[in-house]
Design a protein around this ligand. Structure first.
Ligand code: SAH
Length: 240
């Protein structure tokens, strides 16, 4: 369901790239565009490059931070031209497209695209269930932003034309907003337990995020874990 799949461009510098991304999306049938703090927007160059996709551009939602763009999403993926320090679950553009077409019937899906100069930050990448790398020349792996949008949008188009994509699960997956409040609760409890030392956090929360993002918690599992955290807190308080 293309209406539940959104393209999120983060802090794009060149307005022309925003227009080209809108065009890339429309040619493949996508329409949901989110712009997180674009440097120059609206801009005549964006309109010029959008060409016949001015409607997609005109409906783009400009938001002040990433949470506003992905809070209501159940699957979030980040595109990246290079690999990072802590390895993260990866999907090929094709695998992602199949997953997105299957899951978009149940919840919103977001694809994050980074800045022209520096891509996505580690913090942004840690918000993702999966990372996607578009196979490319290892010596020059960084595609133009709108070209990257085109590749992903094309794979979504191809996958949408396969009609055998059906998968069912008994509960909805937790969305980003629920996951964030779970991580905040988990962090608090780990600090209360003296397991997480705020002055030497190491990579603990990043590794736990990776673990739970890999597991893809559904609403029932999330409620169980929140209940466990609550019980731990109660026990700590009663023993104080
Ligand atoms: N210099 C940046 C590259 C930015 S390119 C870096 O090293 O990260 C701008 C954006 O286009 C990236 O953030 C990513 O969203 C997308 N992109 C470019 N090449 C890509 C590739 N090979 N695979 C996946 N995404 C890519």
């Amino acid at each position: 369901m293309f209406s539940s799949i959104r393209t999120v461009l983060i802090q794009t510098s060149h307005p022309g790239n925003i227009g080209s991304a809108a065009r890339a999306m429309k040619t493949m049938g996508l329409s949901e565009l989110y712009l997180v703090t674009p440097l120059q927007y609206p801009h005549v160059k964006a309109d010029e490059m959008a060409s016949g996709a001015l409607d997609v551009l005109g409906n783009a939602k400009v938001v002040a931070n990433l949470d506003e763009a992905i809070g209501d999403c159940g699957l979030v993926v980040g595109t990246s031209a290079r690999s990072r320090k802590i390895p993260w679950p990866m999907l090929s553009p094709r695998e992602f497209a199949v997953k997105a077409m299957t899951e978009s019937a149940q919840h919103n899906v977001a694809i994050l695209f980074g800045r022209e100069q520096s891509g996505l930050t580690n913090e942004e990448l840690h918000r993702c269930h999966f990372h996607i790398h578009i196979p490319s020349n290892p010596e020059y792996s960084s595609l133009n932003l709108a070209a990257a949008v085109q590749v992903i949008a094309y794979e979504l188009r191809v996958a949408s034309e396969e009609d055998s994509l059906k998968e069912s699960w008994d509960y909805q997956f937790a969305n980003t907003k629920e996951m964030e409040s779970f991580y905040a609760h988990l962090e608090t409890v780990l600090i209360e337990l003296d397991f997480l030392k705020p002055h030497v956090p190491r990579q603990l929360m990043t590794r736990l995020r990776r673990l739970f993002n890999r597991a893809r918690l559904d609403e029932m599992e999330m409620n169980i874990l929140r209940g466990v955290l609550g019980a731990v807190e109660k026990k700590i308080k009663s023993s104080e």
